[in-house]
Design a binder for this molecule. Structure first.
Ligand SMILES: Nc1ncnc2c1ncn2[C@@H]1O[C@H](COP(=O)(O)OP(=O)(O)OP(=O)(O)O)[C@@H](O)[C@H]1O
Ligand SMILES: [Mg+2]
Length: 245
């Protein structure tokens, strides 16, 4: 099976070298657990280390803020965009119904899932993308009046992802401390893998964890791993590893 390494320190070895090519993964966790950083790191490493351009679709945060935040880790997304290795599709403005000033967006007349899918396909082709991140599925809820419609939308999106052969990460938010795996209870079933991120509280560096809840088609670590957000992004540690406390 062909693997798609994330390049995230300590992570790929937990899943046999990387995600299975062309599959879709759910990154699930509470707010501030590192879901966005994980996605960006996956795309950035793809573009810079593995010659795999990527597409990032933001439904939550404005692209300008993401570019700014990621500079903190030394990640110059604008440069990758200019080099044709990354495209950011802005679907964040659609929720308030005002036009985006971004080059790639779907906000001109409100949110439209079909338009978003067409745009993802179009821009993926434009740069020969191999990786995709959709951040977040939870935000899709804003655009539909009931849970059934959101679930249908997620299923539709997933169907599109299955046909593209893009290795895809999608994020979903869950309230911290809940036993759920995703916001709408359907995301984990359509994903081939589920990675849970947790934030346990305050204080020490070991208060973040990562746990692989499922990964179809490959053996994986079943431990709860300490996760650290460093100046260079996410690092995943072995359970018994001492690290800089
Ligand atoms: N430069 C940094 N160094 C260390 N930690 C950072 C840095 N920047 C952000 N963080 C941590 O990462 C968290 C944000 O991570 P991220 O945006 O990936 O979370 P998220 O899961 O996407 O959250 P949300 O649900 O709000 O979108 C911050 O709350 C902060 O704790
Ligand atoms: Mg986020």
């Amino acid at each position: 099976m062909e693997r798609v390494p994330t390049g995230i320190s300590g992570f790929d070895e937990l899943i046999g070298g990387g995600f299975p090519r062309g599959r879709s993964m759910l990154i699930s966790g509470g707010t501030g657990t590192g879901k966005t950083i994980f996605c960006i790191q996956f795309l950035l490493n793809g573009a810079t280390q593995y010659n795999e351009p990527g597409v990032y679709v933001t439904l939550d945060e404005r692209p300008g803020l993401i570019r700014e935040d990621m500079l903190q880790f030394g990640w110059d997304l604008r440069k990758l965009e200019d080099e044709g290795k990354l495209i950011i599709v802005d679907a964040s403005m659609a929720k308030i119904g005002i036009p985006s000033s971004e080059e790639y967006s779907i906000s001109s007349s409100g949110f439209d899932l079909d338009k978003l899918i067409v745009e993802i396909m179009r821009v993926s082709k434009e740069i020969g993308a191999r990786r995709l991140a959709i951040d977040s599925l939870a935000a899709m809820g804003l655009h539909f009046s009931d849970q059934t419609s959101v679930r249908k939308a997620i299923l539709k999106l997933n169907f599109m992802m299955m046909r593209t052969n893009l290795t895809t990460l999608a994020t979903s938010e869950i309230p911290e401390g809940s036993n759920l795996f995703s916001k709408y209870g359907v995301e984990e079933f359509v994903a081939d893998g589920v990675i849970m991120l947790h934030y346990l509280g305050i204080g020490t560096q070991s208060n973040r964890t990562l746990h692989i809840r499922k990964m179809r088609g490959t053996p994986h670590s079943e431990d709860i791993h300490p996760l650290e957000i460093t100046k260079k992004g996410i690092k995943v540690h072995k359970v018994d590893e001492a690290y800089g406390i």
